[in-house]
Design a protein around this ligand. Sequence first.
Ligand code: 0L1
Ligand code: MG
Length: 262
Amino acid sequence: MALNEQTIERLAEHLENCQLQVRDTPKITDEHPGMDWDDAYAIQDAILARKLSRGARVVGLKAGLTSHAKMRQMGVTDPVFGFLVDGYAVAEGAAVDTRALIHPKVEPEIAFVLKHALKGPGCHIGAVLAATDFVMPGIEVIDSRYRDFKFDLKSVIADNTSAARFVVGGRAVRPEGVDLRTVGVVLEKNGQPVALGAGAAVLGHPAAAIAMLANHLGRRGREIPAGSLILSGGVTEAVAVAAGDSVSLRVQGMGCTNLRFD
Ligand code: 0L1
Ligand code: MG
């Protein structure tokens, strides 16, 4: 670790305040160019601890930057991992209040729900599919706390990978009931298709993102608990949304899930 505990706490407070007060900030590596990967996840952990101390619950996990389209869009090369708390969950078809967000974007995702825990190292697609109860469509709303979504990987990890809101819905499907590589995904905004893709856009197979998360947690002595919901990452680039927009995600064989923005 390159940062001391006080600095980690201060940066966590700063980033969380940006989220709570709906204001952006330059990326934190501008002031702390020497921070390392452990510092980045320690800041993310400290943000989670702040939320838990106020009564939040973890309701899921996420992998981000898992598609080449997203990596190109953001100019980065590796996936990142974050947490989802109860305040981020939106009921299907409900409205997201854009006044609580800085510059939201939506991403079409495949959500996994596990029946068994997954623990790395050595976790692979086969283990993920064996541990998966069902998969379903999910829309993630990301809202980087960084000005103009300009960040590097360490900054975005510290900022809990831009997590802000999510919805899951449509039809829950057993993993053996769908080929997650070839499954087609259509994201519509205000009735117009705005992004199209197939599951393989996520690291060749969306389950690979879950395996990477299990291996990442395993290196830290943790696991993905049974019952977890995990967003496996955007299948396409992210699409900007604003008040008045409605967004719908259709995943082949899994139906549709929707969000509105007020
Ligand atoms: O979920 C994601 O893929 C987003 C990760 C963070 C990068 C971003 O804000 O676009
Ligand atoms: Mg995402």
